[in-house]
Design a protein. Structure first.
Length: 307
């Protein structure tokens, strides 16, 4: 019997010469599916953004409509242009609207300075100093974040009325000088804890004490946290209505939120167009502040452990 000879295996050249059908790559399918998913995400985000800004767009359009057409035409299509709402709203109250903008600016400036000074000093004490009862005091401070403002408004009003501060800006500004905003204290404490203590030790070797370390070492490095505190304080104080309504009763002392409330009169017709126009004017400072400080806001929160 003849021995079966093993057939030689085809060489690489023979494989290349053989016209085999090319393999179908899965790359086009994966790319197309990725593009479809990205397109769907963008469409959903755009629709969500339009739904969120629809009330703002409606207010802008309503500020340019006559009063009798504001609620008759609920859409965003503007058929009648009424620019006089801005001039009427500016002079509709007892004082020009610039008076209320100035009052709000004074209150906001005082609250910003108070929070920056007091909260930064309290945060340095909690983050760098060692004293008896430090942990218990820090925990008590954090508990005040969960305490509603309405709980303390009555005793505060009684206290400020007895010392004659009602109908002034002092009840709104002075508490900020006492580090009453625990959120900002906690924000700065977390930021200071992220600063290496070797910087403090190097300054202490050079003969610096705690005041000099705080002013010349820690404070310049706290710019993101200070900017975040400034932006949040500005937005919260500018939009605050309850406390300013409680303490400010004289129309000459009204701030922007209280002045906008004065446009609504239960005994007479409400000038909705003028109120919406002044609402747009009052939103511009908040929008500009957030636009200019957005980078510091994100950086300050991201570097303090609050994620």
């Amino acid at each position: 019997m003849t021995k079966l000879q093993a057939l030689p295996s085809p060489s690489r050249d023979a494989r290349r010469e053989a016209k085999l059908p090319p393999r179908k790559s899965s790359r086009p399918k994966s790319q197309s599916s990725t593009r479809i998913r990205a397109l769907l995400k963008h469409v959903i985000l755009i629709i969500s953004a339009l739904l969120m800004i629809y009330p703002l767009l409606w207010m802008v359009v309503s500020s340019l409509r006559p009063n009798d057409l504001i609620f008759r035409e609920p859409g965003l299509w503007l058929t009648t242009f009424e620019a006089s709402n801005f001039s009427d709203g500016w002079n509709a109250l007892a004082n020009p609207f610039s008076t209320y903008l100035l009052n709000s600016a004074i209150v906001v400036l005082g609250c910003i300075i108070g929070n920056l000074v007091s909260c930064s000093m309290a945060a340095y004490a909690f983050a760098r100093l060692n004293f008896k009862g430090k942990k218990w005091l820090f925990g008590a401070m954090l508990l005040t974040i969960m305490l509603p403002f309405h709980v303390v408004i009555v005793p505060q009003y009684i206290l400020f009325s007895q010392i004659g501060w009602v109908n002034t800006f002092w009840p709104i500004i002075v508490p900020k000088l006492l580090a009453t905003d625990a959120f900002f204290v906690f924000l700065m404490v977390q930021f200071i804890r992220g600063i290496p203590k070797e910087l403090d030790e190097a300054a202490r070797i050079d003969g610096a004490g705690h005041p000099r370390i705080f002013l010349q070492v820690i404070l310049p490095l706290m710019v993101p946290a200070l900017a975040t505190t400034t932006i949040f304080t500005f937005i919260w104080t500018w939009n605050d209505f309850f406390s300013q309504l409680i303490y400010l009763t004289d129309p000459d002392m009204f701030t922007v939120p209280v002045a906008l409330r004065a446009f609504i009169d239960a005994t007479a017709s409400t000038s909705w167009g003028a109120m919406f126009a002044m609402s747009i004017v009052s939103l511009l400072p908040v929008f500009i502040a957030f636009l200019l400080g957005q980078k510091f806001l994100v950086k300050g929160i991201a570097t303090t452990g609050i994620k």
